[in-house]
Design a binder for this molecule. Sequence first.
Ligand code: 5GP
Length: 114
Amino acid sequence: MATYDDDNIFAKILRGEIPCKKVYEDEHVLAFHDIRPQAPVHVLVIPKGKYVSFDDFSAEATPAEMAGFFRAVGKVARDLKLDAPGYRLLANTGADGGQEVPHFHVHIFGGRKL
Ligand code: 5GP
């Protein structure tokens, strides 16, 4: 499994070194708008822990981190009023999965029929 890079862009966002358009934050997660939206609503949800990818997170995160993360993904989608029309979740994982930023994140896409 890849080593976590403390200089990745989402680590810098978590440390407040780079700004983001924050949607939600709690002890486990930060959610913010994607800088290059691919849908009317395109939000990224990231854990605060240092996890490289979904593979890393699913293997190493504590039960509290996992529950906190996935509860927050659902809450963010509901807060954005996406639950009734529906939405899409995506977690690009690793090189073949097209993952660009090596800090685990889930994309939430919505706001139109996908
Ligand atoms: P991946 O391909 O790793 O699943 O997606 C990374 C996402 O992060 C892309 O959709 C990209 O637009 C977004 N992104 C990259 N750099 C930044 C940034 O500095 N700020 C924000 N808000 N999003 C970013």
